[in-house]
Each structure stands twice: as C-alpha cells, then as structure tokens.
Design a protein around this ligand. Structure first.
Ligand code: SAM
Length: 473
C-alpha cells in the first residue's frame, strides 16, 4: 500500500502506485485541460507531484513541450542563475564484493586492475586535483567491508581535508559509498562531509534484484532505505540518482520523485541533489546489453521535467556525457558538473596508459581539462563556481532550502561564485581563460542586487588579487 510517510521501501516506492501513475500519464499525456492545470501549478515554482510530473514527461504535443522546456529554463534561471558548480570525482578503491551487472567493479571481474589508494597516494591525488583548481570532490569507492571499511573512508576524508598545496584547498568532500548503518552515517557527518550520494540504480524492485544478484547490495530495501538512515545519522544533504538505461525511464522518473516526496514527508527536507547518470561502456560492460537506453532528446526532457517537479533540488551531470550532450541539457536544470574527471583509481596523479590494465569504472565522454570546461562554460554565458560556502556556514538541509526559497541566492551564491572564480583564474587558469573570466566577473558584478554586497565583493576581489583566499557570504 502506497504511503510516502512509511519507512518501508515497499510502501514509499510502491510498485502499484508507479504503475497507476504511468497509466494515468499515458491516458492524459495529450489532455490539454490537464496540461494547462499542471503547467499553471508548475509556474508557481513550488514543484509537482510525481503523478503530475509524469503527465508532462509523457506529453507529445509540441506546443506544450515547448512550454515545458521554457518553464524549466526559467526556473533554473530564477533559482540557480547562470552559475554552474564544479566538482571532480576521486576514486579511492575499486575493490568490491557486489555483483552489479552494469559495473566493471563487480567481484567476478578478474581482468580489471584492483587498486586501493594509500593515504600517501591520496595526498598525491589531492595535490593533482588542487593543481587543476578543484575545491569540491565526490569520493567514490566500491563496497568491501575488508578492503574499504568505514575507518578507511574516514581516514581518507581527513587526509583530503588536510592537504593544502600552494593556494589549494579541498573545501567540500561529498561521499558516494554503498548504503551503510546509521552509526556510520553519523561518523561521516562528524568527519565533515557535504552531501551523501547514493544512486538507487533502479526503483524497479524485480529488476533491481536481478541486476544485483550477489553481495550486500542485493538487499533492495536496505539500499532504498539508506537515505532515511543517513538522515537519522544527522546528514541532511542527500543526493539521489538513477542509472538510466537499466529500466524504463518513465518508471524511474516516478520512483525518483516518490523518493523525493518521501524524504520531504518524513524528514521535512527533500534531496539536496539528483544525479542523472546513463550506463556507459566499461571494461566488461556493454550498455547495449541493457534494453532501456534513452536518446539525448528524452534525456533532455527528463532533466527539464525533474527541474520543474523539484525546483529546489540541484541537478548533477558528470563526464559520462559528451560536451555536446552537456551543452544541450545545461539550460534546462543542471546546476553542477564535473570537469577534468578520471574514473580510474589514482588516475589524476598517474594517468593510466592504453597498455595498462584499466582500473576505471566507465569510459568518460567529456575528456576536456578543467580549464577547457571552465572556458567553455564562460563562453556559453555561465559562471563556473567553485563555491563551497553553504555547508561550511551551516546552510544545509532545510536551511539551504529556505535560502533558495527566499530569493537571497543572488546576494549570496552569486557573489560567492564570482569570488571563487577569481581565485581559480588567478591560481590555475590559462591566460585565455583568465581574460575571459575577468571580463565576465566585471559584467556579473552588476547582477548583485544589493549595493552594499557589491561593494564588499569589489573589495574582496582586490584582496584575492593581493593573495588572500577563501572569502564567503
Ligand atoms: N559502490 C557504491 C554503491 O554501490 O553505491 C558507490 C559508488 S559507484 C563507484 C558510483 C556509481 O557509478 C554507481 O552507483 C553506478 O550508478 C555508477 N556506475 C556503475 N557502473 C557504471 C557504468 N557502466 N556506466 C555508468 N555509470 C556506472
């Protein structure tokens, strides 16, 4: 029985509720009266239910689809401005005891190089990442209680935060590790993590069980209820995601939004972010082995509909996607992207060559350097932001949401983006990128609504030029 307040995964992600939602969307996808109603509600920017959003996702009428994209674009501009937050993944270890059919780290894969970074190697990776200009990382590890116990993850987080190379700093560590206990989530919180990210992979329980035939990840309920345990452990920024391609995208879309509704109902705060990975080729993985791959056009619509349904949730796209695909989806809701990423263990410090046995998790489609990505974003009119202020100022969970809802983002996130971009330009950018960036910062200063804030930012920019670092609102 569907119940968003329940703590049982079978009840808050109820299969029958999803099937009814899909049937409702199918019947109503071209019902113009209903589409008008839903779009009017969406224009209030307070979000939509999974049922309403499912109708928009299925809609086939070109004039309504145009309105859906236009609204997604407008909501993105109103809530996130033209800022794009930058991050990079850091793979700590690819030892894994699970049997995930889509992932080359699965236990039975004997022809992948198994690696686990020592603390000294982590230091080298972090220096390489700092030298690129990164301030925000997402750490990744396979699930292996013997090789990657929580103590190893905690020690690695401490190491990452302790490295300060030249003007470098990692100021926010997000964590993408397997579902764990309340106690371990509490320890991660105490270690100062930003967001806890865990992809559901698929909300379709039957498929989930088949796709995860062995290992602790086989336990669908334990995995699906992880965010509740994370929140019980004190982590209030959690990141959801689905691995698109495994199951029907309509099903996943409804499940994802039901999960967000569940978190809001039980904990009073929805997901901080939603990631939208698609299955990619990897060592012994062929994405064509899965029947539900989606085109770039559907991908774009999915992103627009997520933006409209959960306006306060950031959306992340990784280098799994190519430059041209990222370009297509940025306007409709993406607020964070990775750049210069390596998905191999130790790949920043010592890139793997073609002769090496790979340790990578999947093939990266966007292989540009961080500098190239930053320059490209600016040429497209975006502000690459290296800001990590919110959680360091205690603006997590509902406090972040209220900043978003109050419209104060332009007086807070916008200046922070400009100041952190200035740091990047001075410390790491190529001459070309720096010049484009300085012009952009001068132009964007005019978009700070409060004169007093603008004056402070001007002063801070001068201080940054004189060598000071890490200012924030
Ligand atoms: N081991 C952890 C877990 O089980 O959640 C987390 C980290 S895993 C390194 C990060 C994510 O990469 C997975 O949740 C999965 O969605 C994604 N992934 C795995 N194989 C992939 C592939 N072939 N293509 C694209 N993404 C993949």
């Amino acid at each position: 029985m569907y119940n968003p307040n329940s703590l049982n995964a079978d009840e808050f992600i109820d299969h029958n509720e999803i099937m009814e939602t899909l049937a409702y969307a199918e019947i109503n996808k071209n019902n113009t009266d209903l589409l008008e109603q839903i779009l009017n509600k969406a224009a209030l920017r307070k979000g939509l239910t999974h049922k309403e959003a499912a109708v928009l996702l299925d809609c086939e009428l070109p004039e309504y689809n145009e309105r859906i994209f236009a609204l997604a674009h407008q909501i993105k501009k109103d809530f996130y401005g033209n800022r794009i937050v930058m991050f990079a993944p850091l793979y700590l270890s690819n030892y894994c005891v699970n049997g995930c059919l889509y992932c080359p780290y699965h236990l039975k894969n004997k022809h992948i190089a198994r690696k686990k970074l020592t603390q000294e190697e982590i230091r080298k990776e972090v220096i390489a990442l700092q030298d690129m200009g990164h301030k925000r990382l997402a750490i990744e590890a396979g699930e292996d209680p013997v090789n990657n116990p929580i103590e190893y993850i905690l020690e690695s987080i401490r190491t990452i935060y302790s490295v300060h190379h030249k003007n470098g700093d990692i100021r926010r560590v997000n964590v993408n590790i397997a579902a764990t206990t309340v106690e371990n989530y509490r320890l991660l919180k105490e270690a100062g993590i930003g967001t806890y990210i865990l992809f559901q992979e698929t909300y379709h329980k039957e498929s989930y069980l088949k796709l995860h035939p062995t290992g602790p990840k086989h336990d669908y309920n334990y995995h699906t209820e992880a965010m509740d345990r994370a929140m019980e452990g004190g982590i209030d920024d959690v990141g959801l995601g689905v691995l698109f391609g495994l199951e029907l995208y309509r099903y996943e879309f409804a499940g994802l939004l039901m999960h967000a509704e569940h978190l809001e109902a039980v904990h009073g705060v929805g997901p901080h972010t939603i990631s939208v990975p698609r299955v990619k080729p990897a060592d012994d993985i062929d994405p064509d082995a899965f029947d539900n791959g989606i085109s770039d056009e559907i991908f774009q619509k999915l992103i627009a509909c997520i933006r409209i349904a959960v306006p306060y949730t950031g959306m992340i796209i990784s280098t799994r996607e190519s430059k041209s695909c990222r370009e297509k989806v940025l306007p409709y809701g993406i607020s964070q992207i990775s750049g210069g990423s390596k998905t191999s263990v130790g790949g920043y410090y010592q890139p793997e060559t073609e002769d090496d046995l790979t340790s990578a998790q999947f093939d990266v489609s966007d292989t540009r350097t961080l500098d190239e990505v930053v320059k490209w974003l600016m040429e497209k009119g975006y502000i690459p932001s290296f800001c990590t202020a919110c959680y360091r100022e205690g603006r997590t969970g509902d406090r972040f949401m209220s900043l978003c809802k109050s419209g104060q983002i332009q007086n807070c996130c916008h200046p922070n983006a400009l100041m952190t971009l200035e740091e990047y330009l001075i410390d790491y950018a190529s001459e070309d990128t720096r010049q484009i960036g300085e012009t952009l910062i001068m132009r964007e200063l005019e978009n700070i609504p409060k004169e007093a804030v603008k004056q402070v930012v001007l002063k801070r920019l001068e201080q940054i030029k004189n060598g000071e670092r890490d200012f924030r609102f």
